[in-house]
Design a protein around this ligand. Structure first.
Ligand code: ZN
Length: 92
């Protein structure tokens, strides 16, 4: 199974420390942040299969990178604060 890797629209030293990526949807820019399973998570949650597995993802609309301050959204439209939360951990 091939997953297409989305084009990186921004990368900085903070972003390289965690599973973070930015996504563009028209003039909107979204920050996606993954929480991945650690060894400890694997021991306490048997629904998890491997270290590094994504447990949760939050997606937040942003205008700037919150870590280095670079402007990412090109439009002048006001960003409406909102987020999506995805839970892949099996909920136990
Ligand atoms: Zn940045």
């Amino acid at each position: 199974m091939l997953n297409e890797v989305p084009a990186l629209i921004h990368n900085c030293s903070s972003c390289s420390l965690a599973e973070i990526w930015f996504e563009e949807d028209g003039s909107d820019v979204y920050l996606n942040l993954n929480r991945v399973a650690t060894e400890e998570d694997l021991e306490s949650n048997h629904c998890l299969e491997y270290e590094g597995q994504a447990i949760e993802t939050v997606q937040i609309q942003v205008a700037f990178c919150p870590y280095c301050g670079q402007k990412l959204a090109s439009g002048k439209k006001v960003v409406v604060p909102q987020f999506q939360h995805y839970n892949f951990g099996g909920g136990k």
